[in-house]
Design a protein around this ligand. Sequence first.
Ligand SMILES: Cc1cc2nc3c(=O)[nH]c(=O)nc-3n(C[C@H](O)[C@H](O)[C@H](O)COP(=O)(O)OP(=O)(O)OC[C@H]3O[C@@H](n4cnc5c(N)ncnc54)[C@H](O)[C@@H]3O)c2cc1C
Length: 510
Amino acid sequence: MTTDHAAPELAERAARLRVAVIGGGVAGLVAAEAIAAIGAHATVFESADAAGGAVRRGEADGLSFDAGAESFAVRGGHVRALVEDLGLGGLVVEPEPGGAWVAGIPGGAAPLPKGGLLGIPANPFAEDVRRVIGWNGTWRAWLDRLRPPLTIGHDRSLGRLVRKRMGDRVLERLVAPVSTGVYSAHPDDIDLDVAAPTLNAALTRAGSLSGAVTELTGGSERAPGAAVQGLSGGMTALVDGLVARIELLGSEVRTASPVEALDRDGDAWIVRVDSGRSLSEDAAGDRGETRSPAEDVSSQPARSTTDAPTRFDGVLLAADEATARRLLAPHVPALDAVAAGSSPRIEIVTLVLDAPALDAAPRGSGVLTVPGSHIAKALTHSTAKWAWLRSAAGSRHVVRVSFGSQGEDPATAGLDDDAAATLALAEASALLGVDLQPSQMRGSHRARFVQAQPSAVLGAAERRAAAAAAIAAVPGVGATGAWLSGTGLAQVVPHAKAEAERLRHALLWR
Ligand SMILES: Cc1cc2nc3c(=O)[nH]c(=O)nc-3n(C[C@H](O)[C@H](O)[C@H](O)COP(=O)(O)OP(=O)(O)OC[C@H]3O[C@@H](n4cnc5c(N)ncnc54)[C@H](O)[C@@H]3O)c2cc1C
């Protein structure tokens, strides 16, 4: 315990601490803020020309929007607490109530049924469920009510459990679109203990899967933990707020600073930044994004890296898994024994359209697809989902089309920007059920991402725990980011804070 007597000495020690944070996505920024908050000095090295990582701004036809993450889960309250702490509480907005649709079913598309959990219906006879799975699917799903629940052992695979109890139609038309949309993975690969930890026990209590879903959702139309919020003006306000806070605390964020290597000299860490490479080329390459300089609306200008302090007392890796493993390899050899997670490549093409036929939001806030039915994986009708964007867009519509998922590269991967926009327009037309012509497209933006392996994929939890243990065993080093916390800001934010607190404590008391 810290005594009053020890406090000044501790504060002095903290003021002398220098910590390098590698990666300026939300994880790195949250970690840097937690280090700076005790008076230590954090230097964030970010390879791109703007901080934020998967939370990034896009621009087309003079309109700014979220090109990556567009919301945060309310679950746990961590992101909301951070938003409030940064003084951004006034920007919090709810999505419009339109709800999503599912496409790739006979008849084209239908609203995603209300209620349910991970797409599993509470009542297979509900009209909105029947509309998607048909009478055959409904009768098959009803068998779930007759079968005794498995009481010895339980299914860890979401897909296996649903197929066994409710059949293929529920699995493919309801559960798979949701799991592909939320986790970028097929339900067969989803670990129930992570995605819905209480479901197996509820199934044993209730005697059926639909009964378990009813018990867990309490009959509510919204699944527990499914609520999301956004920020008026876009999620990048969170990034700007974090960067401003870090700088206010006397620490710094160095953009356009790709870390090439990490060396050790006794207790000190030496961060080697490749300042020789073209900053703008690096930035675009690392972010996997194509955009012209005129389109670049990043809020943090690129800075010189020549005066970067290179010796640090500790280092916190907050980059993607492949980069973190490469930089840590000489220092954490035990990581070699931990299998790397597969990281789906995702592309988002955002279209700004003149399309009065979309004024009525024909597919609510967007569309999830039955796997294999369309080239695109999902579509968000952003101006139907977010009122702030609708106001900014005036009569225009913003639609974002997602490509790629676990085990399947995005169909846009080999295309140039024009061809990718043309494909996105064709997919949008099919998914929205509205004829959209190239002449209606006022602008487009394309962003590429390598997503961390979703935390709910089978085996991911064990791999993450093993990787974290290997890293924690090496003094002076920490690691965070979606590959260790699980994807999604609701998981990334608390993990980054906890890991920064662990590292700063270890450095202060060594
Ligand atoms: C398209 C998309 C949409 C999403 N939508 C949502 C959503 O709506 N809600 C939600 O909660 N979550 C969403 N997510 C997930 C969420 O955005 C991520 O889990 C989270 O932002 C990851 O943060 P991170 O800091 O761990 O990683 P990243 O954001 O990937 O940041 C890692 C950073 O490290 C940098 N870096 C890499 N190598 C180096 C190097 N050598 N030197 C220096 N820097 C380096 C990268 O440039 C990057 O900025 C979405 C993700 C994607 C891809």
